[in-house]
Design a protein around this ligand. Structure first.
Ligand code: G1P
Length: 292
């Protein structure tokens, strides 16, 4: 059973400056809640019970957000603001805990994940990169499908989606045994390479930022030398894992939004505003008016 998830949140978010100068980029709101809440809810819907934040001293606002704010709750209760109280209280179900570990040095995504090793132990775990929001429209949740597939087969799952050929150098890119799996399906991977040069990529299937991995990847990460960008890459550890074990690429069904850059963040705001249960109608008419 996969019940742990690692969320690396130590990065400074320089692509979101100046907005991210005094607020963690993960705390920037997408409509009426911080971006990180969407990612945590996605993990919770996949059955995750322990969220492990790999964080930094400048980013304690993230831990605070998932903690109980007793004074605030008491005030809302006294004033009879029941709806708001429920919203604040329901951010996290009672059986889900948030644990925080620190990444003392920015040595790459692989290093960040390895910082969670003392909490993960030998257990399998999911990794969710919080820059990426995944919307499955409340149906056929991709991360949940990946967890189910891992539980059934024991094969690690790497979520992928197709990107245009001129953008392969921004992602981990997978090579497959055969054709790309249909949406919502997995296929055996033959290789994976971090940010290949354009023209040298084995495919256009990019690693999206959702992984279900076995505990043993932690040991591999500890012995993984710096790779692309002189950083310790999770992709390189997955390539090593594949030497002894079948790893599968899972083709996602949902839609992704990269909130790590300004255009992707804006797109996420439009998307989630338009489908918001209370604000959607007004948001859509505002957008139509603005475009005019
Ligand atoms: C990371 C991973 C990369 C993956 C990407 C998805 O790269 O290293 O394999 O494709 O996230 O967003 P980063 O965006 O941190 O450079």
């Amino acid at each position: 059973m996969v019940t742990k998830a690692v969320l690396p949140v130590a990065g400074f978010g320089s692509r979101m400056l100046p907005a991210s100068k005094a607020i963690p980029k993960e705390m920037l709101p997408v409509v009426d809640r911080p971006a990180i809440e969407y990612v945590v809810q996605e993990a919770v819907r996949a059955g995750i019970k322990e969220i492990i934040l790999v964080s930094h001293s400048a980013k304690t606002a993230i831990e605070d957000y998932f903690d109980t704010q007793f004074e605030l709750q008491h005030q809302l209760e006294t004033k009879g603001k029941d709806k708001l109280l429920a919203e604040v209280r329901d951010i996290l179900p009672d059986d889900v805990s948030v644990i925080s570990v620190r990444q003392h040095r920015a040595l790459g995504l692989g290093h960040a994940v390895a910082c969670a090793a003392p909490v993960v132990g030998d257990s399998p775990f999911a990794v969710l990169l919080p820059d990426v929001l995944v919307d499955c429209d409340g149906q056929n949740e991709d991360l949940k499908s990946m967890v189910d597939r891992f539980d059934a087969s024991g094969f690690p799952q790497i979520m992928v989606e197709e990107v245009p050929e001129n953008r392969v150098d921004q992602y981990g890119i997978v090579a497959l045994e055969g054709a790309a799996p249909a949406r919502g399906e997995s296929a055996v991977m033959r290789g994976v390479v971090e940010k290949p040069a354009i023209g040298e990529a084995p495919s256009c299937l990019s690693v999206v930022g959702r992984y279900v991995l076995p505990g043993e990847i932690m040991k591999i990460l500890q012995n993984t030398p710096p790779g692309a960008g002189n950083e310790i890459q999770l992709t390189d550890a997955i390539a090593t894992l594949m030497e002894n074990q079948v790893v599968e690429a899972y083709t996602m069904r949902g839609q992704t939004f990269d909130c790590g850059n300004k255009a992707g963040y804006l797109q996420a705001i439009f998307h989630y505003a338009a489908k918001h249960p209370e604000l959607g109608e007004v948001a859509r008419s505002m957008m139509a008016e603005t475009v005019g």
